[in-house]
Design a protein around this ligand. Structure first.
Ligand code: NAD
Ligand code: IPM
Ligand code: MN
Length: 352
């Protein structure tokens, strides 16, 4: 089993280090870890945020464990050289179109939610975010109009096959859960969303056992804080999924808690090839202080064990150890605690 480690920038390397220690503690037979430069770190070393060697390392692996990219010092570079292009490039080059972002309350953490604890207690949802299309990958530019005004533009679009394949992923995910799917769009304003909705309805015919509802994204943002427990699986486009998942993280308690898996169609010997990363970024405001919460990264490694490495029992062991760590009150600063990044890693490893 080959895992490509791409730690990246800011807190990325700090949290990846803890996930690696957890993986090593599991003592998986035949696990090989390869490393690659990515993001601002790669730009500074190689002049590009996603050097060909890094893409090669990722392609040659069964799974990629990705920390985070983003470096304020790179924010004025030409867009194609910015750190964020690395994660966008990996997602598109590797055909990772399905982003699973689970958000579930961890017993004992209810008081950390930005919502009232009795509302937060019921959260158990999965956001299925499309990852290869939308306004993220459309033609974009800042140009100058004939009268001298600058205009920015980004084309939002989805082709029907792109919608269909993510819809199938979401319906199948719902079948393995509480069989309820909510498709989030903005069909009252956007044609892209109208097509999205039409195609999701077509696909629904193949899943009579799943109940489907449609919700506009503004309402979904509201319902997510009013009563997050009403959601089972949410399927949505790249941009809305990005925003709603950060929001969901604070419903659970912290952005330092939510993992994600980016999957495509490629099967390997052990499972589906995938890229695993926390939903948070490089957190430059706390980088280098040893206080970042590594839970989202460790839980991402657990998702990797389950989906890409064919080790579901080990995934569950890690998830249980994380839950016990938090229930025992070992918490980083984002959760009101005083445990450092390594303390949390140590505590998880002790409970494995
Ligand atoms: P961010 O997620 O990095 O940080 C938002 C806030 O959450 C910050 O206050 C940060 O300290 C806190 N936070 C994030 N992760 C945490 C953790 N593990 N433990 C404790 N606190 C944590 O988002 P941002 O500030 O908007 O972006 C910073 C940089 O990261 C930008 O360059 C952005 O483009 C990039 N980014 C990258 C990814 C990715 O690599 N997948 C995701 C999001 C943002
Ligand atoms: C995420 C991030 C990325 C995204 C950025 C860094 C490109 O916010 O993974 O949620 O928008 O997808
Ligand atoms: Mn995001």
């Amino acid at each position: 089993m080959k895992v490509a480690l791409l730690p990246g920038d800011g807190v990325g390397p700090e949290v990846v280090h803890e996930a690696v220690r957890v993986l090593e503690a599991l003592d998986l037979p035949g696990l090989t870890l390869l490393e690659g430069d990515v993001g601002g770190a790669a730009y500074r070393r190689h002049g590009h945020p996603l050097p060909p060697e890094t893409l090669g390392v990722a392609r040659a692996a069964d799974a990629v464990l990705f920390g985070a990219v983003g470096d304020p010092g790179c924010d004025t570079l030409e867009r194609h050289l910015r750190p964020e292009q690395a994660i966008l490039g990996l997602r598109s080059e590797l055909g990772l179109f399905a982003n699973l972002r689970p958000a579930a309350m961890i017993p004992g953490l209810e008081a950390m939610s930005a919502l009232r604890p009795e509302i937060a207690a019921r959260i158990d949802l999965l956001i299925v975010r499309e990852l290869n299309g939308d306004v993220y990958f459309g033609e974009k530019a800042i140009d100058v109009l004939p009268d001298g005004r600058r205009r920015g533009r980004d084309l939002m679009s989805y082709a029907e096959d792109e919608v269909r394949r993510i819809a199938h992923v979401a319906f199948r995910a719902a079948q393995g859960r509480r069989r309820r799917l909510c498709s989030v769009d903005k069909a009252n304003v956007l044609e892209t969303s109208q097509l999205w909705r039409d195609v999701v309805i077509e696909v629904a015919a193949e899943y009579p056992d799943v109940s489907l509802e449609h919700m506009y994204v503004d309402n979904a943002a509201m319902q997510l804080v009013r009563d997050p427990g009403r959601f089972d699986v949410i399927v949505t486009g790249n941009l809305f999924g990005d925003i709603l998942s950060d929001q969901a993280s604070m419903c659970v308690g912290s952005i330092g808690l939510l993992p994600s898996a980016a999957l495509g169609e490629r099967e390997t010997e052990h499972g589906t090839f995938g890229l695993y990363e926390p939903i948070h970024g490089s957190a430059p405001d706390i980088a280098g202080q040893g206080i970042a919460n590594p839970v989202a990264m460790i839980l991402s490694a657990a998702m990797m064990l389950r989906h890409s490495l064919g080790a579901p029992e080990q995934a569950e062991r890690v998830e249980k150890a994380v839950a016990r760590t938090l229930a025992d009150g070992v918490r980083a600063r984002d959760l009101g605690g005083s445990a450092g990044t390594e303390d949390v890693g140590d505590a998880v490893i002790r409970r494995l």
